[in-house]
Each structure stands twice: as structure tokens, then as C-alpha cells.
Design a protein around this ligand. Sequence first.
Ligand code: ADP
Ligand code: MG
Length: 357
Amino acid sequence: VLQTNTTKLARYGGRHNVAVLPGDGIGPEMLEHVEKIFQLAKVPVDFETVNLSSKEDASEDLAEAITAIKRNGIALKGNIETKFDNPTFVSRNMELRRQLNLYANVLHCASIPTIPSRHKNIDMVIIRENTEGEYSGREHEAVGSPRVVESLKVVTREKCEQITRFAFQFAKKYNRKKVTAVHKANIQKLGDGLFLKIAGEIAKSEYPDIEFNSMIVDNASMQLVARPQQFDIMLMPNLYGNIISNIACGLVGGPGLVSGMNIGDDYAVFETGTRNTGTTLAGKDLANPTAFIRAAVDMLRFLGLTAHANVISDSLFRTLVEKRIHTKDIGGEAKASELIASVLEFIEKEIQETNFR
Ligand code: ADP
Ligand code: MG
């Protein structure tokens, strides 16, 4: 599920090419850190940087960015800010996911020792439909009257089947035991009803060995903050997935820690789990680079560069857990650059000790 058929990807002389979209806010500085880490760890990946920002008339830039991702097959991205004050401004982030049909968003939320949190031993995977539902962008007001607005949530059998099978295949591959479908089918009887019905049918007929249950989204939110250890894989439509994944990230330490993958049949885009821009943190050496480093590690695993992924991931883990280098967002005092320096030091050590490459 999460490893690509590498023959389809851009590869020159054994190296991979990936599109990099730094985005706004902290994105550019975070991706510079990633580039430095890749260089030291001798990762055979070359970046093609694509600048796409939130400026009003960037529709050509968007088309260019999509072409670059299609050419490379893979992208690593920061968030592009979406302003709310212009109703005709479509989120570039969303448009990108929709046009590339990146139908699955996957976040692994797991407790990291030494990082302060209310609960311990959380280890769950959020799988969210990433292209339709409330994000269809179909909204209108009655002609000449903003007194009534209709906002359409579009649910298709095809996308429900796709995301459900993705979740169960993920469960099989990574030996997960249970899938919980989260919905509001008691109120949205047709839309969420279809999602729930399809999830239940596929669970029963195609994956009888994996436990399946369902939970209404309001209760799921309460259960999540009260007893999060009960969840293994959570399977969700788009908007609930957005909200639940923010709760889940909050439970394991916040927006700076968790990465998120956007996967389709042809392309994959790696970014942070909660997709924040972090405008107020930009340029201050304060933002936690962990989520971006983990997004880069996810990308390396997807490319089959497991040894490189492991060295970087271990170095990050040791920095956070053994050396306890924690940035401000998780109660520490370290600057981002100090965290990066430690990660680089561990990578260097690993290279010397193991003759790695
Ligand atoms: P803004 O709207 O100011 O850009 P966001 O909505 O992007 O903020 O982010 C939400 C919150 O998460 C903000 O308080 C931001 O500072 C924080 N945040 C986002 N990314 C990080 C990070 N990498 N490290 C620490 N804090 C972060
Ligand atoms: Mg924001």
C-alpha cells in the first residue's frame, strides 16, 4: 500500500527525483533542514523545487506544480496558505490533492517517550478520504441573496470503496487488528449512510479476519480524548478525518510532530499531518522540524530507500528521546537548529560506525 512501484518514478543513474513545494510560512526553512539531512545521509534523491504560493493569481503556478509532481511521481511539500476572505479562492492544497486524485490521507499518531502528553501508549493510524465529501467546493447562495447558502457534501460509491479497501489493505500489510469507521449516519443518512454501508460490506465480505466496528463522530471524539488506546485504524470521510486527525496529533504532542501522506494510484505527496502554515513562527528558528523530517522519512520508505529512512528516523528518535532536545511547542527550550544539529551528529556517528554507504 505504501510502497511504490519504483519503475514508474523518475530515476536517473540510480537516483530519484522528487518535486519539492516549500509553500508558505515555515515550509521553506523546514525543507532546507531536510535537504541538509539528506545530503549528510547520502540519500540518492534530487529535489526539483516548485514555488507555489497563496498569491491571488497563481493558477498557472498551480498547473506547473501539478505537472512537476506528475513528472516526478512524488512530492514533499509545505503548506500553502489559504485566505478565507475571498470566496472564489480555491485552496491550492486541496486542488492539488483533487487533481492528482490523492484519495487517501494517512497519519500515524503514536506516543513518543519523553514528549509530554496526557495519555501514554497511543498507536493509531488515521485514514481519511482526501478528495470529496465536504471538500467538493460546491457551494452557492440563492441568486442575489446571501440569506440562504447551500454547501454540498458529495459522496460517491467509488471513493468510499477505494478508501475502505485502502484501510483494510493497510491493516493487512502492517498487521493492524481493527478498523473503526467514523461517521454521522444517524443524521446524514444518505451520505454517511452510504460510506458506512460500503465499509461494513467490504469488511465482512473481503476482510473477515480483521475486526471492524463503527462509531459516530461525536462519540469518537469523546472516546479519543478519554481512552485513545482503544483505536487502531480509524477510517473516515474527509471533514471528520480532518478534525479527528487534529485531535489525534494533539494527543501525541501537537502540530510539530506528526507527518501525513497523501496517496493515490499514480502519485504520492508527503507533508505534515496537520498541514499548518505556521506563519507566526516563520524565520524565528522556533518551529519543530520533527513533522517535516518524518514526512521526508515516509517518502524514503515509499521509495524503498529503507536504510536511509532508518538512519534518519533513528537519529531523530535519539535526539528527541535520548538527548531530550525538545523545541518550545513540546515544552522545551531548544531551537530548531539545535535539534537539526543533533540529528546530523547522530547520522554522522552512524555513518562512521557502520560504514553506511
Ligand atoms: P498560522 O495560522 O499562524 O499559520 P497554523 O494554523 O499554521 O498557524 O498553525 C496552528 C498552530 O500550530 C499555531 O499555533 C502554530 O504556531 C503551531 N504550529 C504549526 N506548526 C508548528 C511546528 N512545526 N512547530 C511548532 N508549532 C507549530
Ligand atoms: Mg492555519
